[in-house]
Design a protein around this ligand. Structure first.
Ligand code: AMP
Ligand code: MG
Length: 342
């Protein structure tokens, strides 16, 4: 972890309607990335903390700034399909079909790593995770940097991923060279991580691109990876997305009654599919009525609960299937397995 006496001066840059102003920010951001600095920027999933993926020294700064364990590999971001070829040993046919269909977009594909990518990016694995985002700020920065960009979520390790630049600033002021404010992230959960080195293809982390959609595209079943209890995606074994207050998932036919019986003015509630006015707790946020709405708001509210000073949080989860799988994966990890069934 970065010690306090080594804090950087962080520029917080707000994008506006002025194209010239914005292009100047992208140009400077691209230059900082190329020269080994850290730039936090919006993507369509969550905010990323970027560094030059070809530079071991630049990449080591990401691990330091986030306090990220060295054995948790990073996703490499590109902004042109033609950049993929030199980063991997080969492009499997099915990976190509998925990339052509979903890139730029919220899916990461794992392939065999070429020697161009330093081993530390992949935590020593022979594979590398690649994504081509759709967010215009992300793609402008990557293009102008002229290099592939390693970019995990721009939060301190273990905390909820940031979906606004303000939440990035809470964790990364003094740790990143630049934070670019480009508004709220659209999907709100990190990319789907798909392992294309195995057959059948396996999802290591659910996201906005669902298992059902991928299976339909390939005309064959895409499976869940790491099902034998050993997570294949190294990052999945760590504490994740945790707000400061303890979070409990409520599984009940009558969540309003259960939660109200446990609530007081210092309690936070994340409601789903229920009118928030039915809850008596001090702080009630609504995650909407669809899994996609839940995904878009979940990390934002988990961080806001901390800012409101609640001492416990109760959340209602959506059912499994589709984007619900991505939400459940994150919210159950946020709860650290604490589930109340009544
Ligand atoms: P984050 O950067 O925080 O969104 O996390 C990236 C996720 O992708 C983590 O769960 C990593 O373990 C996973 N990941 C990255 N590279 C690989 C890889 N080569 N093999 C398996 N999982 C990976
Ligand atoms: Mg992350």
């Amino acid at each position: 972890m970065l010690s306090d006496n080594k804090l950087l001066k962080t520029d917080f840059c707000v994008l506006t309607d002025d194209v010239v102003h914005n292009n100047e920010i992208f140009r400077k951001g691209g230059e900082i990335l190329r020269n080994g600095g850290l730039v936090a920027f919006p993507t369509e999933t969550v905010y990323g903390l970027g560094a030059n993926a070809l530079s071991e020294e630049a990449v080591s700064k990401i691990f330091k700034a986030k306090g990220r364990p060295q054995d948790n590999p990073l996703i490499v971001h590109i902004a042109d399909l033609s950049d993929l070829e030199s980063l991997v040993k080969k492009i499997p046919k099915k990976a190509e079909i998925i990339a052509n269909h979903y890139w730029g977009g919220p899916i990461t594909i794992i392939m065999e790593r070429s020697d161009k990518i330093p081993a530390s990016v992949s935590a020593g694995l022979s594979t590398v995770a690649i994504r081509f985002p759709s967010h215009p700020v992300a793609t402008a920065l990557i293009k102008l940097s002229g290099v592939p960009i390693a970019a995990p979520s721009a939060n301190l390790s273990g905390k909820p991923s940031p979906t606004t630049a303000r939440h990035v600033a809470e964790d990364m002021m003094g740790r990143a060279d630049v934070i670019i404010d480009g508004g709220s992230s659209f999907f709100g959960v990190e990319s789907t991580v798909l392992d294309a080195t195995v057959s059948p293809l396996a999802i290591l982390r659910p996201g906005a691109v669902t298992r059902e959609e991928l299976s339909e595209l390939l005309h064959e079943e895409v499976v869940w990876g790491g099902g034998d209890g050993v997570p294949k995606s190294p990052g999945m074994k760590y504490k994740h997305y945790a707000p400061a207050a303890p979070l409990y998932i409520i599984e009940s036919k009558d969540p309003v009654q259960v939660i109200n019986s446990l609530s007081d003015e210092k309690t936070g509630v994340l409601a789903y599919g229920i009118d928030p006015s039915e809850f008596t707790a001090g702080v009630v946020f609504s995650a909407g009525n669809t899994p996609s709405e839940y995904a878009a708001h979940m990390f934002y509210y988990l961080r806001e609960f901390d800012n409101c000073g609640v001492d416990k949080i109760y959340a209602v989860a959506p059912p499994p299937g589709g984007v619900g799988d991505a939400v459940r994966n994150r919210i159950f990890k946020s709860a650290g397995g604490k589930v109340i069934c009544e």
